[in-house]
Design a protein around this ligand. Structure first.
Ligand SMILES: [Zn+2]
Length: 264
């Protein structure tokens, strides 16, 4: 524990030097960054939750060192073969209510866009996911009114399946339904145009190639993972990697270093 804290501190310092020295831009080269958050609150302490103050720090850092754009902008540039240098997009998975109550006000205050990938079947329900079962009190999902309000305030809404299935295992009609119903439901209930998709669990094994093709044929223009790191120019919009942000990152500076080193 001590060693890892010490390491974090060192990395934090190094990242700070890197950020202040102006070397951060060159270290990233031609790449863009897509950040992936889940929960933003000060009540839970687990790897899916990032504290409110830390969230504010990372967003401020992003604003100072990147051109923060809607994810859609990075995708449009990739589609046209244009540069994505220095761009950063902020995204959230699942549709937790703290995205609305804690994250959106910070983003708005800083004038930053973001995309919220929502599990349509969780919205406005009391559903407790298997990964949240051990929590003292189950985190809440947004209501449809809150999702609508996010959209009305200029944020983007993206698809994340209708019940958070593992698209690395589920296939055929069931996968198709999960991918398409989510989009239809969001477009009907918000209403908004939905063309960004994040696949559940987000690791390399959680998306079968046949399901990636279904996503591409279902009206989405992009599909993001929840691992991997940065986005290079010329990349396939259906194979975009993200930097997952959890409390593993002790500070915005450490985040800067990890991203610059390509390890995030
Ligand atoms: Zn998810």
């Amino acid at each position: 524990m001590f060693v890892s804290r010490y390491k974090q501190k060192l990395k934090s310092l190094a990242g700070g030097v890197l950020a202040r020295s102006g070397l951060f831009g060159p270290a990233l080269g031609e790449k863009a960054v897509i950040l992936g958050f889940h929960r933003v609150n000060d009540e839970n302490e687990d790897e899916l939750t990032y504290g409110v103050a830390s969230f504010q720090q990372v967003c401020t850092f992003a604003k100072e060192h990147f051109h923060v754009v809607p994810l859609d902008e990075i995708v449009s540039r990739l589609e046209r073969g244009r540069s994505v240098k220095g761009l950063l997009a902020i995204t959230f998975d699942d549709g937790y209510e703290d995205n609305y109550t804690n994250a959106a006000p910070v983003l708005e205050q800083l004038g930053l866009p973001a995309t919220f990938f929502v599990v349509s079947g969780f919205i406005e329900t009391e559903h407790v996911t298997w990964w949240d079962k051990s929590m003292p009190s189950a985190p809440k999902w947004m209501s449809w009114e809150q999702v609508n309000d996010l959209h009305a305030r200029g944020f983007s809404i993206g698809g994340h399946t209708s019940t958070h299935v593992d698209l690395g295992r589920v296939r055929g009609d069931e996968a198709k339904l999960e991918i398409q119903r989510c989009r239809e439901e969001l477009m009907e209930k918000v209403p908004c145009h939905v063309d960004m998709f994040a696949y559940p669990y987000g690791q390399p094994d959680n998306l079968l190639e046949e399901n990636r093709r279904v996503i591409a044929r279902s009206g989405y223009r992009a599909c993001v993972s929840c691992y991997g790191g940065t986005v290079s120019p010329g990349e396939d919009p259906f194979r975009l990697q993200r930097v997952p942000i959890s409390n593993w990152f002790a500070s915005a500076n450490q985040f800067a270093l990890e991203v610059a080193l390509g390890r995030a």
